[in-house]
Write a protein that binds this ligand. Structure first.
Ligand SMILES: *Cc1c(COP(=O)(O)O)cnc(C)c1O
Length: 380
């Protein structure tokens, strides 16, 4: 079976060498030498400053909300609102709700699949604290427009960059936009550390606050300065991250071959995500948009018959999940705004991500391409 993704396994010998250094140094976690080395190397590779490694991409979001002061702290009962996209992985919105905030979904642009900045402004209320857009499938959001909205309305902007590892925009890292950007280093992502994540802060003081928060708020032997949590990256995670980073060029080259083969064969046959001009490609995902959900189900089934496991990323559109919605009492409130979601629901019903990972050969995807191109021709 050719699956939608496959975790990247680096050279065993390289990993063993890092593990040897862990055993020699007898340091397993808490800002160890490999975590420090990975921090430096990622800052250089990504072209960013103020990067903080954490234990996963969901905690990266939660810590970013807390460090920037938008998360609800115990004792405050009215939910702060945060404007975000319904077309994303669940963690973007569940992390907000988990932190006591109310995600307010505004619609996406049906071509780029990212938040439509034109729809954000009308959803802003006195309770709005932040905007959390997603560079979905590594496609850059309209960062100029969104950063300007944040500035004009005094809202924090936190980009969920879980898909945007290494993406540049107009020559600089895409991840240097907003008050913070987060990354996920989960095993299934383009770059991984088994589990892991990072936050890239605009300001050094936010990084320092977050560094304290991920270690229980502890600042010294008998000093616990504020409410914190445990979100530290350990040395084995960092070792894996270092090995995967050592081999990142080959990983990207291998993915690029398959990505371009899909693009060349499928462009004009199915709808593809419109890429933001000025943004680089990281070959993380290859989504296709079919004419209808019934067509999607048919294509998916035929792919599966031929040994391809495509996945419906992202479905469902998150505004449909009642546990993310407002409490009934708040819904009675007349200044509660519930933006209309049309495009995200529609796209979620007919989008499919095709198999794409390092090591997948172009020759292996030809069968999938044939099924998609010939989708109107019923199986005999
Ligand atoms: C993977 C992902 C996350 C969560 O990251 P984890 O490391 O799995 O916790 C958050 N947002 C998006 C968009 C993701 O794809």
């Amino acid at each position: 079976m050719i699956t939608v993704t496959r975790p990247y396994f680096p050279e065993r010998e390289t990993f063993d060498r890092y593990v040897d250094s862990i055993f020699e140094g007898r340091w397993l976690t808490n800002h160890g030498p490999l975590e420090q080395e990975l921090t430096r190397r990622l800052e250089t590779y990504l072209g960013v400053e103020n990067l903080l490694l954490v234990s996963n991409g969901t905690l990266a979001l939660q810590i970013a909300y807390r460090a920037l002061g938008i998360a609800q702290m115990p004792g405050q009962y009215e939910s702060a609102e945060v404007i975000t996209t319904p077309f994303t992985f669940i963690a973007t919105a569940s992390s907000l709700k988990w932190e006591g905030m109310q995600p307010v979904f505004t619609d996406i642009d049906p071509d780029t699949l990212c938040l439509d900045p034109a729809r954000i402004e009308s959803a802003i209320t006195p309770r709005t604290r932040a905007i959390v857009p997603v560079h979905v499938f590594g496609n850059a959001c309209d960062v100029e427009a969104i950063d300007a909205l944040g500035e004009a309305h005094d809202l924090k902007v936190i980009y969920d960059g879980a898909h945007a590892f290494g993406v540049t925009y107009r020559g600089n890292s895409l991840l240097s936009h907003g008050d913070a950007s987060t990354l996920s280093f989960h095993a299934t992502k383009l770059f991984h550390s088994i589990e892991g994540g990072a936050i890239i802060f605009k300001r050094k003081e936010d990084l320092e606050r977050a560094r304290k928060l991920i270690n229980f708020g502890i600042t010294g032997p008998e000093c616990i300065e504020e409410l914190g949590i445990n979100a530290k990256m350990n040395e084995f995670q960092a070792a894996m991250g270092l090995c995967v980073l050592d081999e990142i060029e080959g990983n990207l080259e291998s993915r690029a071959l398959v990505w371009h083969a899909y693009a060349q064969a499928l462009r004009g046959n199915v709808q593809l995500q419109t890429r933001q001009t000025g943004a680089s490609l990281n070959y993380a995902y290859f989504p296709i948009i079919l004419e209808s959900e019934s067509m999607l189900l048919e294509v998916m089934q035929r792919l599966q018959q031929e040994g391809y496991l495509a996945r419906r990323y992202f479905c469902p559109s998150l505004e449909s999940l009642s546990f993310l919605g407002r409490p009934a009492a708040e819904l009675q409130d007349e200044d509660v705004i519930t933006p209309q979601i049309v495009h995200s629901t529609d796209i979620a019903s007919r989008i499919l991500c095709l198999p794409l990972y390092s090591g997948l050969e172009v020759s292996e995807i030809l069968g999938a391409v044939r099924i998609i191109v010939n989708r109107h021709v019923k199986a005999a």
